[in-house]
Design a protein around this ligand. Structure first.
Ligand code: AHR
Length: 621
């Protein structure tokens, strides 16, 4: 490998090259990154009708003690369903309540993670025909074991109208599979609505589960594409994600059933929270909005204007003056300053749909007129032929087998250099048998693909893997970058491959050539960058060996004085078997291992293991 180490002959890599794609899939948000512990907090999961589907809420006490049903008496207009408990038993008299009382419990998303010493804020709305005496507790999965509890009492006059209750519970013990209980031993009728339990400590105080957010932050993403994917489209339009239903006070959001990934979301993680997440990660938000097209139904172009207005309103919400109609809602939610929204994508994977071009042009014209600086991303692939409509970027998605993805490292070698269009590779991954639930093989093919994209970063300006997250209790898509349950998490090898590229955005790509091309299983790239923390300059060489043989590689540098190199660190991702995966029992079976490398003289000789991804970091003056 010959590397021209002089910065002057290199080319700047876009500042935005590597980012993330967050989709509400696999309970990535609800029961994942969004730290809310209660699942279906408004008893609304069955939709607006009653009786509603209160799952996973479960009744404590049989029918001779308590009758539980839903009605439409909620305080909140957009989510009218409330839970009505008619308590038939008492602490004395002829129908004494069972020990512990009667009521309901919520097990969260396959168990709530409650940790000793941590505080949890419980909020709910209550109304009653009489006085209340309600025990709020966090217990083990079977109701046994009191992790934290408090008793809420109020006189009849205090709760004759809907009343908000807030309480702080501090856990006395740890249980990863807990539940929240609301119980009583007082006869009467009680209504409950919008029950929430949030850990007090969340990432940057904004409601994101800290361990998951930190794992994402380690990727140093420069952008976040959200909130989908198919989630944006919906199987049917009526079930698509619509931003206006996801903003404002959390209690007032209607929630919706995502009919592609087939689960209910309370939409606590809404449009505002996504913009906040981008800001917290120091990443630019890329908003994908519905363009009037779902998997099965479409709005014709002649009727698309309400959707166009909805997109314009969404831009005003993100960027508008705090005194504007939608900007003032953002300000009221806690963010008077505009969010730095510069990119939007018109729909997802809809290029071949009947009304796509017509609808797209309406969005394009209206957005460019109101916000000329906004970069608009088309769903149509222009990697091999020019677009037939105006766009600032085009979206490129690829899910395939390992050999195929590795061979696609050169996809953009021949893309037009003369046109203004650049690619956003917003979804890529090895899928199918080669991938399992996250194999080394898949990750190495992706490493090769990414090296090809990095070398073509004059025409590829953004790259994100998909999907980012999976709650192991609800795998809707395999594989994924980060796997978690209520308390554990690990990166698949595909996650770790992405970390090798964390310094690439905004770095300088150095000219490098592999020759003689000893094997078509080897791909390499070289970058140089300045570390903002220590202010020092580094060169990083990345080499993927997709083959089954060790390769002895000589790396020669033009324009580099060996005396200026202080230290060389080597990081290798490999494993005994190419199908090896990480798991909850072996979180770190396939992770990068770092060592110091003794470089002697002008050239570096490295033995590159079979089926491996290696980086060499040279610390310069
Ligand atoms: O990443 C999973 C899905 O794959 C996305 O929702 C969609 O855009 C693609 O088909």
């Amino acid at each position: 490998l010959i590397v021209d180490a002089s910065d002057a002959s290199g080319r700047l890599i876009p500042e935005t090259l590597f980012g993330i794609f967050f989709e509400e899939i696999n309970h990535a948000g609800a029961g994942g990154l969004w730290a809310e512990l209660v699942n279906n907090r408004g008893f609304e999961a069955g939709g607006p009708n009653t009786p509603s589907d209160i799952t996973p809420w479960t009744i404590i006490g049989n029918e001779s003690y308590v009758n539980v049903e839903t009605d439409r008496t909620s305080l909140f207009d957009r989510n009218k369903v409330a839970l009505r408990l008619k308590v038939l038993c008492d602490s004395e008299g002829d129908n004494i309540c069972p020990a512990g009382g009667v009521g309901v419990y919520n097990p969260g998303f396959w168990g709530m993670n409650i940790e000793q010493g941590k505080k949890y804020k419980v909020v709910f709305y209550v109304r009653s025909t009489g006085s209340i005496n309600l025990t709020v507790s966090l217990t083990g999965s079977n109701g046994v074991g009191n992790l934290a509890s408090t008793v809420i009492t109020a006189s009849a006059s205090d709760v004759s109208n809907w009343t908000k209750v807030e309480t702080l519970l501090e856990a006395k013990a740890t249980n990863h599979n807990s539940r929240l209980q609301l119980t009583t031993t007082t006869k009467g009728v009680i209504w409950l609505d919008q029950v929430s339990a949030m850990p007090v400590d969340t990432y940057k105080g904004h409601g994101f589960r800290t361990d998951l957010a930190e794992m994402v932050a380690a990727m140093k993403p420069r952008f976040i594409r959200f909130p989908g994917g198919c989630f944006v489209e919906g199987e049917r339009l009526r079930n698509a994600f619509r931003w206006k239903a996801s903003v404002g006070p959390w209690e007032e959001r209607p929630g919706h059933f995502g009919d592609v990934w087939m689960y209910w979301t309370d939409d606590g993680l809404g449009y505002y929270e996504f913009l906040q997440l981008a800001e917290d990660l120091n990443a630019l938000p890329i908003w994908v909005f519905n363009n009037g097209i779902s998997h099965t139904d479409e709005v014709v172009t002649s009727a698309i204007l309400p959707f166009v207005q909805e997109a314009l309103d969404g831009l005003e919400f993100a960027r508008g003056d705090p005194t504007s109609k939608w900007g003032s809602l953002r300000a009221a939610m806690g963010h008077p300053e505009p969010f730095d929204l510069r990119y939007v994508a018109v729909g997802n994977e809809d290029c071949t749909k009947k009304n796509y071009r017509g609808n797209y042009l309406k969005f394009y014209g209206a957005i460019k007129q109101a916000y000329p600086d906004i970069q608009i991303i088309s769903n149509c692939d222009a990697s091999s032929q020019p677009l037939d409509h105006p766009a600032d970027m085009y979206d490129y998605h690829i899910y395939t087998g390992a050999n195929d993805l590795f061979s696609r490292a050169n996809t953009f070698n021949h893309a037009s250099r003369s046109g203004p269009k650049v690619a956003f590779v917003s979804e890529y991954a090895v899928t199918g048998n080669d991938a399992g639930t996250g194999s080394l093989l898949a990750a190495l093919a992706e490493a090769g693909f990414l090296i090809g994209l990095e070398n073509n970063s004059d025409v590829v300006s953004m790259i994100s893997y998909a999907p980012l997250f999976v709650n192991a209790n609800d795998r809707r898509w395999n594989p994924d970058a980060i796997v978690f349950n209520s308390y554990q998490l690990y990166g698949t090898p595909s996650y770790w491959v992405q970390l090798f590229f964390a310094e690439s955005s905004g770095a300088t790509l150095l000219n490098s050539s592999l020759h003689p091309i000893a094997s078509n299983s080897l791909l390499a790239s070289a970058i140089t960058w300045q570390n903002s923390v220590d202010g020092r300059s580094y060169i990083r060489i990345k080499v993927v060996n997709f083959g089954a043989n060790t390769v002895n590689l000589k790396i020669s540098f033009d324009g580099l004085d060996p005396k200026s190199v202080h230290q060389t660190n080597m990081t290798v991702l490999t494993s005994a078997n190419v199908m090896d995966e990480n798991s909850f029992s072996q979180l770190k079976k396939v992770v990068p291992i770092q060592s110091t490398f003794q470089a002697v003289g002008k050239d570096i000789n490295v033995s590159v293991p079979p089926h491996s991804f290696t980086s060499l970091d040279l610390l310069k003056d």
